[in-house]
Design a protein around this ligand. Structure first.
Ligand code: SAM
Length: 196
C-alpha cells in the first residue's frame, strides 16, 4: 500500500485532519483565531502559523499543564508573540476576547496523555459555543471535534448537535461530517459558518 504522506497528501483519518483542512482555507494573514481547548497545543500551533505575523491566537484551557505544553510548542516555533494563552474555561470566552474572530476551534473531551477525568462538559461547551458564534466575523467558522465514544461524550455530542441543528439557516450554515467506515461512536466534526 502507498504511504500517502510520502505524496504530501493529508491523510483524512478522523475529524482532526479534516478540521485542519478547513483551517487552512478559512484562516488568513492578520486574522484572529481562538483555540477553545489547547490540550497539547497542536491546534494552537497550526493557528499561530496560519494567522501570520499580524494575526493573533487566543488559547484556552482549564489545565495549567496544557498551557505549559502549548506554550512550549509555540515558543519552539518562535511564534509566542502571536499567541495569548489563558488559564480559563472557554465558557468565559467573551470575557477575554473581543470579536470579530475568524475561527473558533473546539476539540472536545480529555487531553490525550493527561488526566482523563478533566474533560469538556455539555453545560460549559454550550455556553462557549453560543459566545463563539456571537464573536465570529461573517464568513467565519466554529469547528467542533466531538468524541461520543468516551464517558459523557455521548451526552455532550447530543448537546452540541442539537445546538447546531437549531441554528437559523438564514444566519448560519451548519454541517456534520463523519467518517463512514468506522465503528459507531467514532469522533466526528461539526462546522457552523456564520453568514450574517
Ligand atoms: C482533546 S483535548 C484538546 C486537544 C488539543 N486541541 C491539541 O491540539 O492537542 C481537550 C482539552 O480541553 C480542555 N478543557 C476541558 N474543559 C475545558 C473548558 N471548560 N475550557 C477550556 N478547556 C477545557 C481539557 O483540559 C483538555 O486539555
Amino acid at each position: 500500500m502507498t504511504d500517502i504522506s510520502s505524496l504530501s497528501m493529508p491523510a483524512l483519518r478522523g475529524p482532526v485532519p479534516l478540521s485542519h483542512l478547513f483551517l487552512h482555507d478559512f484562516v488568513r494573514d492578520g486574522h484572529t483565531a481562538v483555540d477553545a481547548t489547547c490540550g497539547n497545543g497542536h491546534d494552537t500551533l497550526l493557528l499561530a502559523r496560519l494567522v501570520g505575523a499580524d494575526g493573533s491566537v487566543f488559547g484556552f484551557d482549564i489545565q495549567q499543564q496544557a498551557l505549559i505544553e502549548t506554550g512550549r510548542r509555540v515558543a519552539e516555533a518562535k511564534l509566542s508573540n502571536r499567541v495569548t494563552l489563558l488559564l480559563a474555561g472557554h465558557e468565559n470566552l467573551a470575557v477575554h476576547v473581543t470579536g470579530p474572530v475568524q475561527v473558533v476551534l473546539f476539540n472536545l473531551g480529555y487531553c490525550p496523555g493527561g488526566d482523563r477525568s478533566i474533560m469538556t462538559r455539555p453545560e460549559t461547551t454550550a455556553i462557549a459555543l453560543e459566545q463563539a458564534l456571537h464573536l465570529l466575523a461573517p464568513g467565519g467558522i466554529v469547528l467542533v471535534t466531538v468524541y461520543p465514544g468516551h464517558n459523557g461524550g455521548d451526552e455532550e455530542g447530543l448537546a452540541v448537535e442539537n445546538w447546531a441543528a437549531g441554528l437559523d439557516s438564514r444566519t448560519c450554515y451548519s454541517w456534520r461530517m463523519g467518517q463512514t467506515n468506522v465503528k459507531p461512536g467514532a469522533p466526528y466534526l461539526l462546522l457552523v459558518q456564520k453568514i450574517l
